[in-house]
Write a protein that binds this ligand. Structure first.
Ligand SMILES: Cc1cc2nc3c(=O)[nH]c(=O)nc-3n(C[C@H](O)[C@H](O)[C@H](O)COP(=O)(O)O)c2cc1C
Length: 247
């Protein structure tokens, strides 16, 4: 197994960071890895905001649902869906930009951001940094848009905390491979694998919390998905110029 694969397989999210700055050259390498990704039509419909300022990080930590580790991480990246630059291209060529009226625009930029996150995470972990992605940037998108001065057609999709690890929480087990890898066609019968995984996660949680929680996977995710947990996303996307239809 080569060192790239080993780095990816060793991933665990880190939420406690040592008081140690990240070298500017290392940070630039991570950003370049994010930008080097394949992306849809080479439209590059995403950007990254690099935040090191303590005050801005602290405001972001609060707006992301009081996730204090954002303030403590030496660097916080925010990946944004970005059709601002595509609008400039459309104006230059005197073309309309219908794509932003459709959910396809959000799928395209979110896929681009997912790949960029993956590249950044692999690059950061390969040089000994710890990371945790932050979907919490979509909890109060309107305030985050103001704080970061995001223009129309730019929307925060995910953050990424970067810092040297000050904890070793242990790798989180994944669902059995049979629920993930389907041979030739999709196989929907997986209840027994979910039962099996619930037991594994229950044990893992008990070990991780010193016996305080035995919360299993199905209980945890069904509790979260019983409602739309970030209800401000759709109205704020519309304010930012997405999903609008001329009636
Ligand atoms: C897009 C995305 C958003 C996430 N948002 C948060 C978040 O807001 N807060 C947090 O603590 N973890 C967040 N996570 C981390 C996940 O909880 C974590 O990856 C998952 O529990 C698996 O654990 P592991 O990364 O240690 O393997 C996010 C992960 C992803 C990929």
């Amino acid at each position: 197994m080569n060192s790239t694969i080993q780095t990816i397989l060793n991933h665990q999210s880190i939420r406690n960071y040592a008081d140690k700055a990240i070298d500017d050259g290392d940070l630039m390498d991570i950003i370049k890895c994010a930008q080097a990704e394949p992306n849809s039509i080479n439209g590059q419909q995403f950007s990254v905001i690099v935040v090191k300022d303590a005050q801005i990080k602290s405001k972001l930590a609060a707006l992301c649902g009081d996730q204090d580790y954002i303030a403590k991480a030496p660097v916080f990246l925010i990946f944004v869906a970005d059709y601002h630059k595509l609008l400039l291209a459309a104006k230059k060529n005197e073309k309309p930009m219908e794509i932003v009226t459709d959910v396809e625009a959000l799928l395209v930029s979110s896929v681009d951001i997912g790949i960029a996150l993956g590249n950044s995470i692999a690059a950061a972990e390969s040089i000994g940094l710890g990371v945790v992605p932050i979907g919490g940037v979509r909890q109060n998108p309107e305030e985050i848009i103001k704080l970061l001065n995001l223009p129309q057609l730019v929307f925060p999709i995910s953050g990424l905390c970067l810092g040297y690890p000050a904890e070793n929480p242990g790798q989180k087990p994944r669902l059995p491979i049979n629920t993930f890898m389907h041979l030739e066609t999709y196989h929907p019968d997986m209840e027994s694998f979910i039962d099996e995984y619930d037991d594994v996660v229950s044990e893992y949680m008990s070990a991780r919390t010193g016996g305080q929680s035995r919360r299993n996977w199905s209980k945890s995710v069904s509790g979260i998905y019983k409602s739309v947990y970030y209800p401000k996303v759709t109205p704020t996307l519309k304010q930012q110029g997405f999903l609008k239809h001329d009636d």
